[in-house]
Design a protein around this ligand. Structure first.
Ligand SMILES: [Zn+2]
Length: 358
């Protein structure tokens, strides 16, 4: 692989994958490939793949093989910030476990995008806080919201996808380009089954063939099942693999039933590396979890990320301060970022900040 014709400082957007299967689909989303960086500092343990999506120069990196969770994600992000001093923002793209619930029609192969809701800024770290005597957990997981312009782009994209007349959905074209390994699974062979939270999968059984069909939750048939729906809201992040319907629902209740999906990396990055988290739903965070929807879930998240980037103008990225310039010299680890200037991010109500201090 040749070195990129662009210097490291000319890359403004980061794209981080947790799994190698996610990374290869991320690479396939590039409109133009630039190769490897012109130089990488010795202490940077990341490998990068560089290219262009729309008008943006994008630096892509993946967590080292076999490593998942908030710790390794933080290391990858910190290396990227040091090596690519022009990066303003990153996308964390891959799979997540959906959280079905009242008013949330989340299906396998849908997309969840981190987006502020109430006092939550898009991502919550459910396994971090202060355990009080009464078993209550005092939250300490406050993350900066993404820049306002990116959130506006997310909202615009939703309108393009769902408007009643002439909807525009370029992610469907990007999905088609990936080929048959990433198509919507055959409903007869790989059905999208959601079981009641308390119905456990038969231990070690490869499929759900022996799971009780009476424990299936019946859901309305979708008119276009293979067309991914995009859900905007709260993503729960932590270092645990969530494989329990009961625990999933308990944590969801702690966050006022607002959680749309679980994942394992975002909380390691959010405070020192502003990012939007985009997750394709590959399971329901319960014991019936398997890999059959994984490719489709990776594909929908990646195609969405590409469409979103294509919608954002380079001037709207350039106007943001580079992440490297926002690092506050407190000498503390993890380091903190200076807040965005007014107009660059969402303005939260006074009560939000009061809650943050408590
Ligand atoms: Zn099962």
């Amino acid at each position: 692989m040749n070195p990129s014709p662009y210097s490291n400082d000319q890359y403004t957007v980061g794209w981080i994958s947790a799994l190698s299967d996610e990374y290869k689909v991320a690479m396939a989303m590039l409109d133009e490939e630039h190769g490897r960086p012109q130089s990488t500092p010795l202490e940077d343990t990341n490998m990068y793949h560089l290219g262009k999506i729309g008008a943006h120069n994008v630096a892509m990196a993946c967590l080292p093989g076999g490593q998942t969770g908030t710790g390794p994600a933080a290391v990858v992000a910190e290396n990227m910030r040091r090596t690519f001093k022009g990066i303003r923002f990153a996308l964390l793209v891959g799979i997540g476990g959906g959280v079905p619930g009242k008013g949330k029609d989340i299906r396998l192969g849908d997309v969840v995008v981190s987006y502020p809701n109430g006092t939550y800024t898009g991502v919550v770290q459910y396994d971090y806080g202060k355990l009080k005597g009464n078993g209550h957990i005092q939250r300490k997981d406050w993350f900066s919201p993404p820049p306002r312009k990116f959130l506006s782009a997310v909202t615009s994209l939703e309108a393009y996808h769902t408007r009643p007349k002439n909807p525009i959905n370029r992610m469907l074209d990007f999905l088609d380009e990936l080929g048959e390994d990433y198509t919507y699974p055959e409903p007869n062979e790989t059905p999208d089954h959601l079981y009641k939270a308390d119905h456990d999968h038969i231990p070690d059984a490869e499929t759900c063939d022996s799971c009780n069909p009476e424990a299936l939750i019946s859901r309305k048939h979708r008119k276009y099942p293979s067309k991914p729906c995009v859900h905007l809201g709260i993503i729960a992040s932590g270092s645990l693999v969530m494989k329990s319907g009961i625990e999933r629902d308990k944590i969801n209740q702690r966050y006022e039933n607002s959680i749309l999906c679980f994942e394992m990396e975002a909380a390691g990055m959010m405070n020192n590396f502003p990012c939007l988290v985009i997750r394709g739903i590959s399971d329901y965070s319960d014991s019936h979890k398997n890999d059959e929807w994984r490719n489709r879930a990776i594909a929908v998240a990646s195609a969405y990320a590409k469409e979103l980037l294509s919608l954002i103008e380079p001037c709207d990225v350039d106007i943001l301060p580079p992440i490297a310039a926002r690092v506050l010299e407190t000498g503390r680890k993890p380091f903190r970022l200076a807040p965005y200037a007014e107009g660059e991010t969402l303005i939260f109500s006074k009560s939000f900040y009061e809650t943050e201090k408590s």
